[in-house]
Design a protein around this ligand. Structure first.
Ligand SMILES: Nc1nc2c(c(=O)[nH]1)N[C@H]1C(S)=C(S)[C@@H](COP(=O)(O)O)O[C@H]1N2
Ligand SMILES: [Mo]
Length: 507
């Protein structure tokens, strides 16, 4: 077979050194008007040259005599649209006619309006015109997509008005009674080798500790309530081996109280409600792709919404005389602190939240002992954990062993160095800036932040071009969540270039 042109040994030998010669970028502007190779500051000198050239060109055009030379015009539109072609003459005549007709129509209306306004002295011309339009053809006042939207809004309004109070006595719709029953080989030589784990989770930090999320499509397909097996796990260390029978939560408020698990169940009313729990490190992989953070790569699956059942923290604190403590510190800011039984590298995992938040009975902060109507799985805090609806996962201390009140924020390692947003100039823990900012109240993340995720199409999923041609529609699907009890009102889908203006209804 003959060698193709350019592929003979000789051709290859004589080939230019592309790496050296591709430096000039004339003609490299892409269809979006950007230089694909522009990566560094200073690269944009070409824009300046082009801009200068454009200015010079404009100046030149303004000197040229009118109608003489095509250089006067930036594009060919003046030839197509403005010259006296037959078709353009026709077009202009038509335009003039319809303009006249319009004027004739409006004349009597305007007169009437002027009279009306004088008589009543109220509504403006604008309002009047629009009112008239409205009453004449209210049926198709809006384009079909707006009519549809209006209809949906009406339905939603009615639905929301008919909502009743949640009595907090729900039951999880998940009726999967199968527990994972095998010890994963990955856990064989770790301190967690007594925990049977679901094989449907993807491990993100090697074998130990367990940090894992479900495949995003599986998570989404499971529905609004997340089965325990698909709920993400975020463990900072080894899961403590606790037993319901002898676990004690020590509460210290106005007085000290030791609560057994049976106390929590028997002495307090319980509520069972769905709570969205998400790590604020959710989607950190995308962040790490922009700039490596100190955290590992979470995909978009570090979120779950299970039914959690437990006693209200407020009731438990009241039983420990918190009322008296609040009375004594009436003008002070107080925090409630929580500590888990897991020993992690830098002491126990602990945090705090404002006492006010915990005492507000609308917030449903609870000491949870059931997840989707089952005792908590070991990875999710067995036998009891804190759940703070509206706050980030990091505050929801698992394997809860201590609760106490303080007049300052918690100062444990993880409260200081986890769950914060810092300005990007802080790159390590050792500068004086870091020292201040890691302890600065404004860098703390308590309330869950707004987030939305597209699940379908999945990452890397391809939509066949053939289908597009056949006009097959594709339904984009995903989910969104917010914190602090704020509802999601709108989700907009945009292409890479900017919004393409979809408003999506959420339910
Ligand atoms: N005791 C203890 N509580 C903890 C953690 C932990 O490592 N130890 N991780 C926290 C973080 S950062 C998150 S996001 C949630 C995760 O809860 P989950 O594993 O049940 O999904 O638990 C929080 N509570
Ligand atoms: Mo987290």
């Amino acid at each position: 077979m003959a060698d193709r042109t350019g592929a003979t040994d000789m051709d290859i030998f004589n080939e230019p050194d592309w790496a050296r010669t591709h430096g000039h970028r004339v003609g490299m502007r892409d269809k979006n008007d950007r230089y694909p190779g522009m990566t560094h500051s200073g690269d944009d000198w070409r824009y300046e040259i082009e801009q200068e050239a454009a200015e010079k060109m404009d100046e030149l055009r303004s000197w040229l005599p009118k109608e003489t030379c095509s250089l006067r015009y930036k594009d060919e539109n003046h030839i197509k649209e403005e010259q006296d072609w037959f078709i353009n003459q026709k077009k202009r005549e038509k335009e003039q006619q319809s303009h006249q007709q319009q004027q004739q129509k409006e004349q009597p209306q305007k007169q009437q309006q002027a009279e009306g306004n004088e008589a009543r002295g109220d509504s403006s011309d604008y309002d009047k015109i629009h009112k008239d339009e409205g009453s004449q053809n209210s049926g198709n006042k809006y384009p079909p997509e707006d009519q549809e939207f209006l209809q949906k809004l009406k339905e939603e309004q009615q639905y929301m008005n008919n909502l009743t109070m949640n009595d907090g006595q729900g039951r999880s719709p998940i009726d999967d009674t199968t527990y994972p029953d095998e010890i994963d080989e990955a856990d064989q030589f770790t301190p967690d080798n007594w925990i049977a784990r679901s094989d449907r989770l993807i491990r993100l930090t090697g074998k130990h500790p367990l940090n894992a999320e479900a495949n995003l499509t599986d998570l989404y397909n499971a529905g609004l309530i997340t089965p325990n097996k698909l709920h993400y796990v975020r463990n900072h260390g080894t899961v403590p081996h606790l037993l319901w029978e002898n676990h004690i939560v020590e509460i210290s408020a106005g007085k000290k109280v030791s609560m057994t698990m049976d106390d929590l169940v028997d002495k307090f009313r319980s509520i069972n409600i769905p709570i969205l729990l998400a790590c604020d490190g959710n989607r950190r992989k995308e962040l790490n792709m922009i700039r490596q953070s100190k955290g590992f790569n979470f995909g978009a699956g570090a979120v779950g919404c299970a039914y959690w059942k437990g006693a209200l923290l407020r009731d438990v604190l009241l039983a420990a005389d918190v009322g008296q403590l609040i009375q004594q510190n009436i003008n002070k800011k107080l925090w409630v602190n929580f500590e888990g039984a897991d020993e992690v590298t830098n002491g126990n995992y602990a945090t705090s939240i404002p006492l006010d938040y915990a005492m507000d009975h609308c917030h449903d902060v609870m000491l949870a002992y059931a997840m989707n109507d089952f005792p908590l799985p070991p990875d999710h805090g067995y036998p009891v954990r804190l759940m703070v609806p509206g706050y980030v996962g990091g505050r929801c201390i698992k394997w809860l062993s201590k609760v106490w009140i303080s007049d300052h924020e918690n100062d444990s390692f993880h409260h200081i160095y986890d769950n914060r947003v810092l300005p990007s100039f802080v790159t390590d823990k050792n500068s004086e800036f870091a020292d201040v900012l890691y302890r600065h109240p404004s860098t703390l993340i308590n309330e869950q932040t707004l987030n939305s995720v597209i699940v379908k199409p999945a990452h890397g999923e391809k939509i066949a071009l053939e289908d597009m041609k056949k006009d097959v529609t594709y339904r984009i699907e995903g989910f969104a969540y917010n914190g602090g009890g704020d509802e999601i009102q709108n989700v907009a889908v945009s292409s890479m270039k900017g919004p393409i203006g979809f408003t999506v209804s959420v339910g």
